[in-house]
Every structure is written in C-alpha cells, then in structure tokens.
Design a protein around this ligand. Structure first.
Ligand code: DGY
Length: 331
C-alpha cells in the first residue's frame, strides 16, 4: 500500500491505542462527544482502509457498500451486535473486538448492581439526601440477603464465569447456569449446575445476564419469564438492553412480580427521560459503564488498535470475530 492506510476512528478512545493508530495510519478522529450520525459515518468511511467503530455505530450492508476499500472494522467493545458480521465477511472485511480485558471490570459492575439493588443502596441514598430520614427503622429499607443464596447465570462465557466466581467464593452462593454450551470448567471450579431456562428462573434468587444479543436471545426476559421468577428475585443485566423486554420489566418491578433490578444497559440507550422505568424506586440504572475503568479502557484501546493495524496490513487480527473471512480478504 502506498503511504499510510487511511482510517476513521468514530470517537476519541484512550491514547493507549490512539497514539499507535496515529503513528501507523493516516487517521481522522471524530472529535465530538456524541457519535457521528449514520450518514456522516457512511461518508467518512468512503475512502477508508480501516474503521474503528463503537457499539453505538451501526455497521450494516449499506454502510459497508459505501466503503469499497474497507479492509477492517475494529470494534471498541467485546460485543459486536452493532455490526452485521456476515455482511462484512461476504465483502472480505475483517472484524475485530476486545475480548478478555473487560471481563473482571464487567463482573465487578454486575456484582455492584446486584448488591445495590438487593440492599436498596441507591434508594437509601436518595432517601438520606431527601431529608426523609428521621430515625432508625426496624421495618424500613428491608432488602434481600445475599450470602448463601442461589445465583442464576444466563450465558456462562468469560464474564458469566467471573460473576459466578464472585458469587461462589465471596458470598457462598449456589451457581445455576443456562447456556447452550456445557461449561465443564465452571462446573468443576464453582460447582455450577447447568439447567434449562425455566428452572433457572424458578430456582434462582438472583439472575444475572451475560449472554450475547442475537435474534434468539432478543427479548428472552419477557413478562412470562418474570412471572416464573421468585417475588424476591433480583435481575441484573450488564450485557445488552434488548435482551430484556423493558416494558415488561417495568411492569414486573412496579407490580412486585420481582423485587428489584440492576441495569447497566437499557433499550434504547439512553432511555427517554420520562421512561417510567426511571421513576421506579426498585431499579438501579447505570449508563453502560461496566468496562469503564482506566485500566480496562486502556487495554481495550490497545487491542482495538492492534486489530485495526493488523487488518489494514492484511495480517491476522489478535482478536478476530470472523477469521473465516481470511481466504477472501480484501488486500
Ligand atoms: C462491550 O465491550 O461490549 C461493552 O458493552 C462495553 O465495553
């Protein structure tokens, strides 16, 4: 390739990755705090060899068709449901993501949401600030015990295992899991027991979602699922918002079908300011920040840069979503 490869980076990412991208590529970095509109992104990638995308960028066939030179899409996230991967593969475009480095940060956040929702921490904070706190109340602010209870993990991948580990060894919980794959490591290390979805919903005190978003899993937490859960149950979602039917969740929380929820992700993101979910006392909502630690975001930026540079150079991506593209890659 004559000269440096031309790339577009759809948001400022940590210098740990950005500096390398700037050194090796002719890089344009979108400077705004909000994502580029779809039409702008399409225009920006027109002459590009590589693209760094975020989970807020929709990478669909139309966008890929607008970029005849594009060799790689390097997503600054482990999840890649924003990218039409088969469409990229069929056009010879490699796709990279950032697995592994955000596992512990994400499991920490899932656990933080669990303890906050089960013990009503955020509700208590609001109460303290409001001036309503008059005395110590024997019957006030009662939450759920965590120690020795049962956690149900939906999706026993890396992050599901890290959450199971915290629950098993920190809080002596029994671990149930629902996954299409058997996870022998989790069974051996945490005594995890694979069950069907209905059993997991029925028998778990807490349910934590760690599965991919795809057409099979979209909306899997619906009104019927909530009705099967314990009335004392707490639902945690640090995966993707559309895994949960948010209207059904709002009703379940409002009507006491389940006890509480802790969400790092919503559908849509952000939720509308007047979304009734946000008015409920028994939900904790974080703005999709599970991977937001300095160390984790730096590590994600490094992998993302390495994927991009490997992609524009025709090399193997260190974290490659679609290695099957290799024989027909654009060079
Ligand atoms: C991901 O990586 O998929 C998270 O949702 C954001 O870090």
């Amino acid at each position: 390739m004559a000269g440096k490869p031309k790339v577009f980076v759809s948001r400022r990412i940590p210098d740990a990755g950005l500096n390398r991208i700037r050194e090796q590529c002719d890089a344009e970095i979108w400077p705004e705090p909000l994502p580029p509109p779809y039409a702008t992104l399409k225009d920006k990638v027109r002459a590009c060899d590589g693209l760094v995308s975020l989970l807020t960028d929709k990478i669909d066939p139309e966008l890929l068709d607008a970029a005849p030179r594009l060799k790689v899409v390097s997503n600054f996230a482990v999840g890649f449901n924003n990218i039409d991967v088969p469409a990229a593969t069929s056009r010879g475009i490699a796709v990279g993501n950032t697995p592994g480095v955000l596992t512990d940060a994400t499991a920490d956040m899932a656990f933080a949401l669990l303890i906050s929702a089960a013990r009503r921490v955020v509700e208590g904070h609001a109460y303290s600030l409001s001036g309503a706190w008059k005395t110590w109340e024997p019957l006030g602010h009662l939450g759920q015990d965590l120690f020795g209870r049962t956690i149900g993990i939906v999706g026993m991948g890396r992050i599901g295992q890290a959450m199971a580990k915290r629950c098993r060894f920190g809080w002596d919980m029994q671990v149930l899991y629902y996954d299409v794959y058997k996870n022998e490591k989790a069974e051996k290390e945490f005594g995890a027991r694979q069950v069907d979805f209905d059993t997991l919903l029925r028998d778990s005190d807490f349910v934590s979602i760690h599965t991919d978003l795809n057409e099979k899993t979209r909306g899997m937490f619906n009104a019927a699922a909530f009705r099967q859960m314990k009335r004392t149950a707490v639902l945690i979602n640090s995966a993707r918002g559309p895994l949960v039917d948010q209207k059904a969740l709002t009703e379940a929380l409002r009507d006491g079908v389940i006890f509480a929820a802790g969400l790092d992700v919503t559908d849509p993101e952000p939720p509308a300011p007047d979304d009734p979910l946000l008015k409920l006392p028994n939900v904790v909502v974080a703005p999709h920040i599970a991977s937001a630690t300095v160390g984790t975001r730096n590590a994600m930026a490094e992998i993302c840069a390495n994927n991009l540079i490997a992609g524009v150079s025709g090399e193997k991506l260190p974290a490659w979503v679609n290695p099957e593209v290799e024989p027909k890659r654009r060079r």
